[in-house]
Design a protein around this ligand. Structure first.
Ligand SMILES: *Cc1c(COP(=O)(O)O)cnc(C)c1O
Length: 404
């Protein structure tokens, strides 16, 4: 037997990878050798980590760690079946009830990830006679869900409520249902979706309103309740999606809304029906995380304090942190716009060698010519870590001619 690598059937994939190498956007996975923390080790290199979504440092919070261990001891390592067959554990119900109370909605369903929550929900609630009116920068999981639903997709310019309204008006006499959908916080630019304006037009045209709060849960609103709370549009958003993989520190996604919506998803959302749910350790971890959001609001205060400091200093250094021909960040996600894809990837590699982990993001994840290093601040970065990271960012960028 020869190895599978030698077989010709998949040679075209290697050709495509070679093309990425020529373009300079090919990457190797960086391997984390210890915990996800503000300072950690990737591939043997000690770095200050500006690349994680670990907003509140919950990946290593003692209460969450303890909850995972306790649940494993008490309930084992897996549920043994999909939720609808025999795999719904008491812990799953407890987490869903806890999130529903936290979000002040009737009900909640937890999915394996934020990705499956979005894709599973959008594809379940709409069909091919329906319409989806979607922000051009919405997350890939929304786009995939929209495609799976076979509904017609009308894309509006980023955060452009008037353009979204044009789309709604253009289909108002068509029989299909309309879904208006936006990210709460946009993951590449760190700006916030225009929820009040979108809620207004959703109501005017009788559209279903859906918000993906993956990057806002644990970050915005009272105790991290997200953008619906931030804008006080409670009761005006039919479907709220959140993730348990970012600020919450573990993995998973959830959908909040009316009891009827959640019952429907229990019966029709395909990732819920056909894929096994979380092990007890994950579910218990997430329950503990929502307790921490309620009990330790100082984490979110520190997150915003750090964010303000770090953004201000990046600006002072002369970096383009968005706002000119890109959206201006309003959250702990701060992009450093470089422009050229290849230069961005080189910048990221040089930063890494000098002790800063900050991911380069280029086309097709962001528009051509808007390649950037994305930085994400957390509550657990110390003043000293932020200052060292800034010193390295400034020094490397000057040497490469990115700032003067
Ligand atoms: C990360 C992200 C998701 C996916 O969440 P996972 O839990 O990692 O699958 C969905 N939507 C947005 C906007 C995101 O940033």
């Amino acid at each position: 037997m020869t190895t599978t690598a030698a077989r010709p059937q998949l040679a075209y994939l290697k050709d495509q990878m070679d093309e990425l190498k020529r373009k300079g956007t090919h990457f190797k996975l960086r391997v984390l050798e210890d915990e996800c923390a503000p300072e950690c080790t990737f591939d043997g290199q000690h770095v200050i980590n500006l690349a994680s979504n670990n907003y509140l440092g919950l990946t290593t919070h003692p209460k969450l760690r303890e909850a995972a261990i306790e649940a494993t001891k008490k309930y084992g390592v897996g549920p043994g079946a999909v939720r609808t067959i025999a795999g719904t554990m008491k812990l799953h119900m407890e987490l869903e009830e806890k999130i529903a109370r936290f979000k002040n909605v009737e009900a909640c369903v937890v999915f394996q990830s934020g990705f499956t929550a979005n894709a599973g929900t959008v594809s379940a609630i709409l069909g091919k006679e329906d319409f989806i009116i979607s922000d051009e920068l919405n997350h890939a999981s929304i786009i995939d869900g929209a495609r799976l639903s076979r509904a017609k997709i009308l894309v509006f310019r980023h955060k452009d409520v008037a353009h979204a309204e044009e789309h709604l008006a253009s289909v108002k006499d068509q029989p299909g249902r309309k879904l208006l959908i936006t990210d709460g916080v946009f993951s590449m630019d760190g700006d916030i979706g225009p929820l009040p304006g979108l809620c207004d037009i959703a109501e005017k045209y009788g559209a279903i309103m859906m918000v993906d709060d993956a990057h806002s849960s644990g970050v915005l609103g009272r105790n991290g309740r997200g953008t619906i709370d931030h804008f006080d549009v409670h009761g005006r958003v039919d479907i709220q999606v959140g993730t348990l993989s970012k600020a919450i520190g573990a993995i998973g996604g959830y959908v909040c809304g009316s009891r009827d919506l959640i019952d429907f998803l229990y019966h029709r959302a395909r990732p819920f029906l056909f894929s096994t749910s979380h092990p007890p350790s994950v579910t218990a971890t997430c329950i503990a995380a929502f307790d921490v959001l309620e009990q330790e609001p100082q984490l979110i205060e520190q997150l915003w304090k750090n964010t303000k400091f770090f953004k201000k200093e990046l600006g002072t250094l002369g970096f383009n942190i968005g706002g000119a021909n890109t959206p201006a960040s309003e959250t702990p996600i701060t992009p450093i716009i470089v422009g050229d894809g290849k230069l961005t990837m080189e910048f990221s590699r040089e930063l890494f060698k000098n002790g800063v982990m900050a991911t380069g993001i280029a086309f097709p994840t962001v528009a051509e010519g808007k390649a950037r290093i994305r930085t994400i601040m957390t509550a657990t970065h110390t003043q000293d870590e932020m200052e060292r990271a800034l010193e390295i960012l400034g020094r490397v960028a000057k040497k490469m001619g990115i700032i003067s």
